[in-house]
Design a protein around this ligand. Sequence first.
Ligand code: PAF
Length: 282
Amino acid sequence: MRVFTEKKLIQKQLQQFKAKKQTIGFVPTMGALHLGHVSLVIKALENNAVVVVSIFVNPTQFDNSEDLKNYPRTLERDTNLLNAVSSSIIIYAPSVDDIYEGNTKSQKFSFGGLEFEMEGKFRVGHFDGVGTIVKRLFEIIKPDNAYFGEKDFQQLAIIKAMVKNHNIPVNVVGCPIHRETNGLAMSSRNERLKPKYKKVAPFIFKTLKTAKQKFGTKSASKVTEWVEKQFDNQELLELEYFIIADVESLKPVKRKSNKKEYRAFIAAYADDIRLIDNIALN
Ligand code: PAF
């Protein structure tokens, strides 16, 4: 298992694979790896000659300094986990300086309006930070294929828009949400949940599943009302938003159309841990 901390060195190594026309699959992460990440890595291994996983807690995408401070940093455990999946995986775990070269700031992006919906409303500047780091990582690694989970569906849409707008030669692959057996979407934040919140957190997916059923016969606003009521009755979880949106524009649906695809999105707090999840509705 090779772990690089400097872009110059990983680029030199990757150049050798590129010279042999070997495809590079890339899984960007912020570490604290779980089986959801592993599923992305396995997909990358299946479809590429070389797989690079980056582990970097990107400061510019955090709108909350406490969240950045508390984000789990578990490089040794992450390296061991990846090594158990395949010792051929190449890890890029840079310092903030290797990435930002003394200027830890986001670039400003326009993602065609996608950035103003949902997470964009509640996490100001978040998507500029995500765009900045993912673009920079793409420039360093120059992958053929890059893998992102659908749990962060809006992030995935934004990255696809960025790749298109900036003509970045990479194929962005969206991968299904990986869940605990109780339905809770896997997330690096889950390990910070105190036991009583961990117990109640699967309520989020349970509610999404019922919302999906209800959306078959009811309007988006009726389903939204129903979900909000469920959370009013659930003391331990605080709903930040529930939105049924068109998957293309991510704008909330006003009137259902058979020709469109919809998804329901939730953000909720379990104590001070913010959890997000989503489900395809049709
Ligand atoms: O989804 C994440 O873990 C991060 O937003 C990403 C894509 C690695 C960028 O820091």
